[in-house]
Ligand binder design. Structure first.
Ligand SMILES: [Zn+2]
Ligand SMILES: [Zn+2]
Length: 821
């Protein structure tokens, strides 16, 4: 059954589409299984190898779920607004609408060539009016419920993209898109009150089946800390200020106070002598991004203000400094410094020769060569001396509370989400500014506020829409006086924060989503995408979903029950693929040369899905060879396959051995695909192929069990069909089957054949018996080795070691020779 991949892939793609094989109707769906892979940006790169890995391999997983009886809903669309699409358009001098449509169309043909089983009837594009009308509606729901506001604040400004960015979009001090330097600017911007949801966003993480690291990152980003807010006075001024601390028990050890340089109170109390130095330092801080200030481990910098603060617990005078490691937008913008018990304060005190006063001791140690951050007994703390520091935490706060100088407080690291952008290619923010009435929501019947096309769209430092008079000038919906539209657009992360709600409702022109449908189809049962979204999209989507739930539009709290991150396909040199390094490979050429099935099979077999790894051309060639070998085997047995043969239950030892391998392989594939272990799944199918081939060669043809061979070959086509869907359809048709192989039920494992003729076998590590196990008699080397690896004991011995030799004495023992990895 040799095949021409061009012909058969085209043939089956056409057939699937004509037969609407993968179409679903959500209205008729019971017990849905919603699978979603994060949708792509239609930028100039189109679908690259990483996309093929993400989408192609996930299609295999989804096909497998469908064959296992799941009612799969598997939609796809384009995250079409935003910088990637717009930057591409600017670079090529085309209008973003034109280039986005072109790129999306091309990517759609790539998806079809991939042979993916998406529910294309439910495709969406966030830059189309029928979608962004509802993005605007989502924004207005937040605005009307006091969860969206505009205010002047220091924000991250990308010098190259010429727009503000959310904190989450600044990575190590540079723009996550273009890697340009980020400056702090004071600008009037729109924010969403994600901080109102900090507590449930944190608490609900416990309910999610997500990768541990992603949960930890989100937890850290939300950053809850429990402590006390304490009020200090500035000496000789009528100025109070508050500090937040998680260690009120160390208050007696406070030897200085540090303000964020941009804190407005600094200029009220700075001494004349220190003023110039302070002003210079403030200027310098403006050029440093917030993230840089938080993460950089460089030498501490700071300036003395010439003023002193009064510690409320003992009336001691301590100097007030400013330093950029304190952020104005976090906590109160000022911190009490306790160098003896905080590492950062300790470094700062050492650098500027400030006093260090120890107030907690463990045992009798009293000399400090580094900060002691643990708990212990109090010293130098007045009436609290020799009490336990853990008790004093509460007592000091209570003491201060009585004098109205402090209280317990919970603080979050999470800041409100900045969603306005000074860019053209985005959904216009549906707000009208009236001198008399302030910001007014555009009435819903006027949605969508259409993004005008005839606009100079290049970024100029302010919103391009500002220059478009016909767009800007409107009447105030309330008082009817002349007013101006909001000129900023919504960040593209706003579009993607609710798209999973829209998918089952695509085509609904009356509502963003209908409650009945949404309640039935949500949450997404399996969500797949890159780990880089941990503190951006995955956080925003959870927030928007929670708001929609609280407003009564949906009933589920979390949008994505279960999450998996795919790994990254690297260049053959092991480096991240990039055009500049010349190590990137484009999928289109491989599809042309080998076909989309073989490419997909290699992406399944050549990598651990979660980890990814370097590309290897020889890997794809060996996949093509494997497919050819299976095709030959099928061809040689074509007559058998087209006969109707009944299985009996009377097998000789060769047949039992074959049945053992078949069931062992099937069991392996069944378990491993479900766990995203596509590589080991294919290895099991190869084992099966080898066993069948051996049987056919070693047993004389007149003794072949035809019904058994036919049974196994047929099921092999079914098992391979999620991995190489077009080829398997062709094979399936060639053996006389009428319906699609993807409609077949996944074969069931017959445990009976896994137990037969088992023998006891010793597993040795470096010559010592460490484990006993049962294996089928005459098991191959691979089967025995795999079985040994299932043992926890053996896994323990293998940790950190490499197997340099496997000695298998059939029916007796397996000896593994190890050395340190
Ligand atoms: Zn940028
Ligand atoms: Zn008005």
């Amino acid at each position: 059954m040799a095949y021409n991949h061009h012909e058969i892939e085209e043939k089956w793609q056409k057939r699937w589409s004509e037969d609407s094989l993968y179409s679903v109707d959500v209205n008729k769906m019971d017990e849905k299984y919603y699978v979603l892979v994060m949708f792509p940006y239609p930028s100039g790169d189109r679908l690259h190898m990483g996309h093929w890995y993400q989408y192609g391999v996930m299609d295999t997983w989804t096909r497998y779920q469908r064959m296992n009886g799941k009612n799969v809903f598997f939609p796809m669309g384009f995250d079409a607004f935003g910088l990637p699409a717009e930057n591409f358009a600017i670079k090529h001098g085309i209008h973003p609408k034109e280039s986005t449509t072109k790129n999306a169309d091309y990517m759609m043909t790539q998806f079809k060539k991939m042979g993916v089983s998406y529910n294309f009837d439910y495709a969406l594009d966030t830059s189309k009016e029928d979608y962004y009308k509802w993005t605007q509606w989502v924004f207005l729901e937040l605005f009307k419920n006091d969860l969206a506001y505009k205010k002047e604040a220091p924000v991250n400004w990308c010098t190259s993209c010429q727009t503000v960015l959310a904190n989450e979009q600044v990575k190590d001090g540079v723009c996550e898109r273009c890697e340009s330097v980020i400056l702090q600017k004071n600008l009037n911007q729109w924010f969403l009150k994600i901080t109102d949801y900090a507590e449930p966003l944190l608490a609900n993480l416990e309910t999610l089946d997500w990768p541990h690291k992603t949960l930890a990152m989100q937890k850290h980003w939300i950053g809850k800390s429990i402590g006390s807010e304490i009020e200090f006075k500035v000496d000789k001024f009528d100025i109070d200020f508050k500090v937040f601390t998680t260690r009120p028990d160390t208050l007696f050890g406070c030897t200085y106070v540090t303000f964020a340089p941009e804190h407005p109170k600094v200029l009220e109390f700075v001494s004349d002598g220190q003023k110039q130095e302070v002003l210079d330092y403030i200027e310098k801080t403006k050029k440093t991004s917030e993230l840089e200030r938080l993460t950089v481990d460089d030498e501490k910098t700071g300036v003395f203000t010439g003023a002193y603060a009064i510690n409320p617990i003992n009336q001691e005078k301590v100097p007030i400094w400013i330093s950029d490691y304190v952020l104005f937008s976090y906590g109160t913008g000022a911190v009490m410094a306790v160098p003896a018990h905080d590492e950062r304060d300790f470094d700062f005190a050492k650098a500027f020769d400030l006093p260090i006063k120890q107030v907690i001791v463990k045992d009798d140690e009293s000399s400090l060569d580094k900060a002691f951050t643990g708990t212990g007994l109090m010293i130098n703390s007045g009436k609290f001396d020799s009490m336990k520091s853990t008790d004093v935490k509460k007592l000091i706060t209570e003491d201060l509370q009585k004098q109205n100088k402090g209280e317990s407080k919970i603080n979050f690291r999470l800041r409100d989400w900045l969603i306005s952008r000074q860019r053209y290619w985005g959904a216009p923010i549906p707000i009208i500014h009236c001198d008399d009435c302030g910001p007014i929501a555009v009435p819903q019947e006027q949605l969508p506020i259409i993004l005008p096309e005839d606009v100079e769209f290049k970024p100029m430092g302010e919103s391009p829409l500002k220059a478009c008079d016909s767009f800007m000038n409107v009447k105030c919906p309330k008082c009817k006086k002349p007013a101006l539209r909001e000129a900023d657009t919504l960040d593209t992360f706003m579009c993607s924060s609710w798209y999973y709600l829209r998918f089952p409702n695509v085509g609904n022109n009356e509502q963003a989503f209908e409650k009945g449908i949404t309640d039935k189809m949500m949450p997404v049962d399996k969500y797949v995408g890159g780990p880089e979204h941990a503190c951006m999209h995955l956080l925003y989507a959870r927030f928007i979903n929670m708001v929609m739930k609280d407003l009564g539009y949906t009933k589920h709290i979390e949008p994505f029950t279960s999450l998996t991150h795919q790994g990254m396909i690297l260049g053959s040199d092991g480096q991240k693929m990039s055009k500049s390094k010349g190590n990137s490979v484009s999928p289109d050429g491989y599809v042309e040369d080998y076909g989309s099935d073989v490419l997909r099979l290699y992406l399944c077999f050549g990598f651990s899905y979660i980890d990814g790894g370097p590309w290897d051309d020889s890997g794809i060639r060996s996949m093509a060879k494997f497919v050819d070998r299976v095709a030959r085997l099928l061809d040689e047995n074509k007559d058998l396959l087209s006969q109707k043969l009944e299985l009996d239950d009377n097998y000789n030892s060769d047949e039992k051995k074959l049945l053992y391998v078949y069931n062992h392989s099937l069991k392996g594939v069944t378990v491993d695909v479900a766990k995203f272990q596509f590589n080991t799944s294919i290895a099991r199918v190869m084992e099966l192929y080898n066993a069948l081939n051996d049987y056919l060669k070693n047993v004389s043809p007149d003794k072949h069990n035809k019904s058994l061979v036919s049974y196994i070959l047929k099921n092999m086509i079914i098992i391979l069909s999620p991995f190489i869907p077009h080829i398997c359809e062709e094979w399936w048709e060639a053996i006389g089957e009428k319906s699609s192989v993807s409609l077949e039920t996944w074969p069931t494992v017959n445990e009976k054949y896994l137990e037969l003729d088992e023998i006891q076998m010793a597993v040795m590590i470096n010559g010592k018996v460490r484990e006993q196990m049962k294996v089928a008699k005459d098991s191959s080397d691979d089967v025995v080795f795999d079985k040994a690896l299932e043992s926890k004991k053996i896994q323990g011995y293998l940790e950190g070691m490499t197997v340099i030799k496997k000695i298998h004495v059939k029916g007796k023992l397996l000896n593994l020779i190890l050395k340190k990895a």
